[in-house]
Ligand binder design. Structure first.
Ligand code: ZN
Length: 134
């Protein structure tokens, strides 16, 4: 993990580590409307997301995972970002926004870590709403 943070601004490092150690919306939902789990074999990251929808809006979202700080912090940030958002708004969330949420430069090797949460979320929602253009 030392290398991940080499040369990184201390403020951002603390920000990422805080999300890693105290993930927001951690856990699972009792009866999720959408759920998916995937992993990143390159790094050993694993993330599961449970989503509760109401009228096409994310009413609640929980995630559970393990792996590197980047993958877990990214998922934590993503759950915060999409809570209360409509499926249409979430469909518009791309790689750029995830990287912007993290606020640090992500190396090519770490891109899969950073984007695992988004992939899991979009896959979960695509299963529930196949007609939506996710
Ligand atoms: Zn990773």
């Amino acid at each position: 993990m030392q290398n991940d943070f080499a040369g990184m601004d201390e403020l951002y490092r603390d920000f990422i580590l805080d999300h890693y150690r105290n993930p927001r919306n951690a856990g699972t939902l009792e009866k999720p409307d959408a759920t998916f789990e995937d992993n990143n074999p390159m790094c050993g990251d694993k993330i599961r997301m449970d989503v509760k929808l109401r009228d096409g809006v994310v009413e609640d979202i929980k995630f559970r995972g393990r792996g590197c700080a980047i993958s877990q912090a990214s998922a934590s940030l993503l759950t915060e970002a999409v809570k209360g958002k409509s499926l249409r708004e979430i469909a518009a969330v791309g790689k750029e926004q995830v990287l912007e949420n993290l606020g640090i430069p992500i190396s090519a090797a770490r891109l899969k870590c950073a984007l695992l949460g988004l992939k899991v979320l979009k896959t979960a929602l695509a299963v529930t709403k196949p007609s939506e253009d996710l």
